[in-house]
Design a protein around this ligand. Sequence first.
Ligand SMILES: [Zn+2]
Length: 129
Amino acid sequence: MTHRDQAHYPPVDAVRAGLRGRCPRCGDGKLFQGYLGLRPRCGACGLDYSFADAGDGPAVFVILLVGFVVVGLALWLEVSYSPALWVHFILWIPLIVVLSLVSLRLMKGVLITLQYKHKAQEGRIEGSE
Ligand SMILES: [Zn+2]
């Protein structure tokens, strides 16, 4: 297994790599193991993922995003069709669950790749002195 220096990697689009759940350094190896668990390291370039700590960040974005989308849709439906209350429950509760589960993983991936990019840039500035 060859371990290449970080300088040899072409820049990876952090947002795209995060959305695809890929390694922030090589953009190739997988980031996740299971639903939200992280692998210990990248299978392609060997990057140690122990730096990654998104904390509660992903959940905050998910709440804002899903809340915005669902409230918007619910308002539109109510204004347009004024359905019975149970129609709202049947539509929005499953939608909230599905949207939250999907976007939570996407958000976590993006925040971790952005975190890596940010730290890598900081290290480069310090190292160039
Ligand atoms: Zn990698």
